[in-house]
Design a protein around this ligand. Structure first.
Ligand code: MN
Length: 719
C-alpha cells in the first residue's frame, strides 16, 4: 500500500501546483472513515481507495481526481455524507465523489449484460465530468486485480462479465487501451480460465521453440531502420491471451494457424517519419494482403492514430507492425487521459465524435491542464435518459420523457392502462420528467384507458400516437351515439321510425361514405336531424316541419352524458370530456347529476351541457334547433365524481380556511381548485371547485359550510 508521503510526492512530481494539504487531509479522512473495515483479501479497506488513487497517478491525473479517488467509497460505505465532504473539500470534489457514488449505485440495480450498450450509454451520460469516469475505471481496475479474493464464484463471474461488457468497452471508447487490455485480460481469466491457461501454455512453448525470436526480430527491424536513416525506437511484445482468443473466435481459426501473435511497435519523431518507416518495412518484407490500415489520415473515433501493417518479416515469421509518433503513442495507451499532458500537438481533423472533438478543442485552447479538466464535460447522450424497470431492464428515452412514455416504451398495453408511477419507490405525478438511473414502476389498472391530457406532456412518438388514436376512436364512438339519439328524435317528431337502413339511400346527397359517417356528421353538428329526415322523406312539407319543430322541447332524450369508460379512484370525468369529446359540461354552470340540464349542439364540437337556469343559455334563444333536452341516467351505485363550483365569503380570521377545508373533507368532497377572487381586510371571497357525486352531495356540503361560524355566505357558482 502506498504511504501518504509517497502519494503526495507522486502527484507533486507531475503537478507542482497540487494542493498538498487537501491531498493529505483526504488520505487521512479516507483512512479514518473506513476505519477497521476489511476487504475480501483481508487487507484494510482503506488500502483500496489508496490503490485507486495510485493507479490514477500513473495517468498523471490532476489533484482533484486523486482526492476523489481517495474519497470515492466514503459516502456509500461509511458514515460520511455529501455535506461533510463538501465542507471539507469544496463543492467540486463533492460533486465528483457524488458522481462516482451514483455510478456505483446503478451497478447494483441488476444484471446489465443483456443490455450492455444501453448501460454503457447510461454510464457515459451519468459521468458528466470525464474525471468521474476515469476514477470509476481505476476503481474497477483495482477491484478486478483483487477479484480472486472474492469467495462466491457467481459474484466473481458477474463482476467479470460486467467488466468485459461495460467497462472495457468504455475504456476503449475514451481511448484508454492500456486500461481496456488489462480489464479484458483479468475478466478473461475469470470467465474462461482454462482457455486462457492453454493459450498461455502455447505461448510459452512457442517462445521456447523460437529461442529468443522476438529479440532477433527486434534487432533486424532496428538495423533496417538505422540503415535507411530513420530514427526509431522499436518495441516488441506478444499479444495478450485475450486478444489472441478473440482473433481465434472472430476468424474461426485454430491456434496453430494463428501466426501473428507477435506485435511490434515502431515509434518515430514525426508524421513524415511514420510513412518513411512504413516504406522501409514494405521494401524489405513482403506484405500480408489486406492488413494495411492508415489510422493517421483517418483516425479511429476514439482519437487513435497509427499506421498498421502485416508483413512476412525476419525468418519469414508473420508479424504485425504499428508505426506512430510518441504523441500518438500516449494517446493510444491513455486516450483522453493523455490529452492534458500533451495538450499542444494533436490535430482535430477527422474526429467523428463531437464530444471528442470538443474535448480536443478545449484541450488546445485551454491555457493549463486544470482549465482543460474543468471544461471536460461529457456531452454524449445528453439528449437521452436511461431508466430501469423494477426488474432492472434499461429503457432508453428522449430527454424530458415522463412515466407515461416509459410505460408505452415497455408495452402498449402497459401505457394504455397506466394510472400512476413510482419513481425510485415514491409515487410521483405521471408528468414528472425522468432522470438518468431512475427506477420506474408503472401502476396499471384494467379499467384505465389513455387520458387525453397525456398528449400535452408525453414526448415519445409511440405514446403520442397511441393516445391520439384512442381519442379519435373514442370521440367517433361518442359522436355515433349522439348522432343516433338526435336522428331518433328527429324521425319520431315526424312520426317515423328511425332505422339505419333507411339512410343508405341518401348517403350520396350528403357525400357520406357510410351510414356511420353520416350519423357522425349529425353527432358533430354538421347536419341537423331535420336535414336528414327531409332527405329521406322529401314529400314532407316545409310548413309541417316548422309546426312540429316547435314541439321538440317536450321530447327528452335519455342520454348518459358521460360516455368515457369508468375510471378507477378519484380520476375526474371532466378531464376525460374536456378534450373535445362529443359531450362536455359547460364551464359556466358546472352541471351535476340531479340538476335539470340542457344540451347545446355546437358545429364540430358536439354538445355542451348547461344547467337549465344557466345565464349563458340566453344567447341561444334564437336557435331552438340547437337545443337538446337531456336527462341524467345515473345509477345509484355510480361512483363517478363531478365538478361542482361554489362561491364562499369568509371572515379573515386565523384558521377560517382550515375550517372550510375540514368541513368539505368531512363531507367527502375533494377540493380540486381554490381561487381568491376578492380580498378585503375583513373578508375573503373565493371560488372553490369540489368533486362531488351529485347535486345533493354539493347541497349537503353547502349546508355544512353555512353552519360553520367563520363563513359569511356560501352559494353555488352560477356564471
Ligand atoms: Mn471502490
Amino acid at each position: 500500500m502506498m504511504r501518504q508521503f509517497e502519494l503526495v510526492e507522486r502527484v507533486t512530481s507531475y503537478d507542482p501546483q497540487a494542493d498538498e494539504d487537501a491531498l493529505n487531509r483526504a488520505y487521512v479522512y479516507a483512512m479514518k472513515m473506513h476505519g477497521s473495515q476489511l476487504r475480501a483479501s483481508g487487507d484494510p479497506y482503506f488500502s483500496h481507495p489508496i490503490e485507486v488513487a495510485g493507479i490514477l497517478t500513473n495517468y498523471k491525473l490532476d489533484c482533484a481526481s486523486i482526492i476523489t479517488a481517495l474519497l470515492h467509497d466514503t459516502i456509500e460505505d461509511t458514515a460520511a455524507t455529501m455535506a461533510d465532504i463538501e465542507k471539507m473539500f469544496g463543492p467540486d470534489i463533492a460533486r465528483m465523489v457524488d458522481g462516482v457514488t451514483k455510478l456505483s449505485r446503478i451497478e447494483l440495480q441488476s444484471d446489465h449484460s443483456k443490455q450492455a450498450e444501453n448501460f454503457r450509454k447510461l454510464v457515459l451520460a451519468m459521468s458528466e465530468d470525464i474525471r468521474v469516469l476515469l476514477v470509476k475505471l481505476a476503481d474497477r481496475t483495482h477491484n478486478m486485480r483483487t477479484l480472486h479474493y472474492i469467495r462466491n464464484p457467481d459474484k466473481r463471474k458477474r463482476i467479470a462479465l460486467e467488466t468485459m461488457e461495460i467497462y472495457a468497452p468504455l475504456a476503449e471508447r475514451i481511448g484508454m487501451s492500456e486500461v481496456k487490455s488489462e480489464l479484458e485480460d483479468l475478466a478473461f481469466a475469470e470467465l474462461h480460465g482454462d482457455v486462457r491457461d492453454s493459450i498461455v501454455a502455447r505461448l510459452n512453448y512457442l517462445r521456447e521453440q523460437g529461442g529468443g525470436l522476438i529479440d532477433r526480430i527486434l534487432t533486424q527491424l532496428n538495423e533496417i531502420m538505422g540503415e535507411n536513416g530513420v530514427e526509431a525506437e522499436v518495441a516488441g511484445r506478444e499479444k495478450s491471451p485475450f486478444s489472441i482468443w478473440r482473433k481465434m473466435q472472430m476468424k474461426n481459426v485454430a491456434f496453430e494457424q494463428l501466426s501473428d501473435i507477435m506485435a511490434f511497435r515502431v515509434t518515430v519523431a514525426s508524421v513524415e517519419d511514420c510513412y518513411r518507416a512504413l516504406g522501409v518495412i514494405h521494401s524489405h518484407y513482403p506484405m500480408v494482403p489486406n492488413r494495411f490500415k492508415d489510422y493517421i489520415s483517418t483516425p479511429k473515433p476514439n482519437g487513435y492514430r497509427s499506421l498498421h501493417t502485416g508483413v512476412f518479416g525476419p525468418e519469414r515469421h508473420r508479424i504485425e507492425v504499428q508505426i506512430r509518433t510518441q504523441d500518438m503513442h500516449e494517446v493510444a495507451e491513455l486516450g483522453v487521459a493523455a490529452h492534458w499532458s500533451y495538450k499542444q500537438s494533436q490535430q482535430t481533423d477527422g474526429r467523428q465524435y463531437r464530444w471528442l472533438r470538443e474535448l480536443l478543442d478545449i484541450m488546445e485552447h485551454a491555457s493549463n491542464p486544470e482549465e482543460f479538466l474543468e471544461h471536460t464535460k461529457l456531452e454524449m447522450f445528453q439528449d437521452q435518459v436511461f431508466c430501469f424497470t423494477p426488474k432492472g431492464d434499461l429503457i432508453a428515452l428522449p430527454r424530458g420523457a415522463c412515466p407515461v412514455d416509459f410505460a408505452y416504451a415497455v408495452h402498449s398495453q402497459v401505457g394504455d392502462r397506466c394510472v400512476g408511477a413510482k419513481i425510485n419507490g415514491r409515487i410521483m405525478p405521471l408528468r414528472t420528467p425522468l432522470a438518468n438511473g431512475d427506477q420506474v414502476e408503472i401502476i396499471t389498472s384494467k379499467a384505465q384507458t389513455p387520458n387525453p391530457t397525456w398528449e400535452r406532456f408525453v414526448v415519445t412518438g409511440k405514446a403520442r400516437a397511441r393516445v391520439r388514436r384512442f381519442i379519435r376512436t373514442q370521440q367517433r364512438a361518442q359522436y355515433v351515439d349522439l348522432g343516433r339519439a338526435i336522428l331518433n328524435r328527429a324521425f319520431k317528431q315526424e312520426g317515423y321510425d328511425f332505422t339505419e337502413k333507411g339512410l343508405e339511400g341518401v348517403l350520396k346527397i350528403f357525400k357520406a361514405a357510410s351510414v356511420e359517417d353520416l350519423v357522425v356528421e349529425v353527432g358533430e353538428g354538421h347536419l341537423t336531424g331535420r336535414d336528414v329526415v327531409s332527405a329521406v322523406y322529401p314529400e314532407l312539407k316545409t310548413a309541417q316541419q316548422k309546426a312540429q319543430a316547435q314541439q321538440q322541447a317536450d321530447n327528452i332524450i335519455n342520454l348518459k352524458p358521460r360516455q368515457t369508460p369508468k375510471k378507477p379512484g378519484n380520476a375526474t370525468p371532466i378531464k376525460g370530456l374536456d378534450a373535445g369529446v362529443a359531450m362536455h359540461f359547460a364551464g359556466c354552470c358546472h352541471p351535476l347529476p340531479g340538476d335539470r340540464i340542457v344540451g347545446i349542439v355546437t358545429t364540430g364540437k358536439g354538445v355542451t351541457i348547461h344547467t337549465i337556469d344557466c345565464e349563458s343559455l340566453e344567447q341561444f334563444a334564437d336557435t331552438p334547433e340547437r337545443w337538446l333536452d337531456l336527462a341524467w341516467n345515473v345509477e345509484p351505485e355510480d361512483k363517478d365524481v363531478h365538478l361542482g363550483r361554489i362561491d364562499v365569503i369568509m371572515a379573515n380570521e386565523p384558521n377560517s380556511l382550515g375550517n372550510i377545508t375540514t368541513v368539505i373533507a368531512k363531507n367527502l368532497g375533494n377540493i380540486t381548485n381554490l381561487k381568491f377572487t376578492n380580498r378585503n381586510p375583513d373578508f375573503f371571497e373565493m371560488i372553490i371547485d369540489v368533486e362531488v357525486r351529485d347535486v345533493k352531495h354539493l347541497t349537503n356540503i353547502i349546508a355544512a359550510l353555512r353552519a360553520s361560524p367563520a363563513i359569511n355566505s356560501v352559494e353555488r357558482a352560477r356564471s
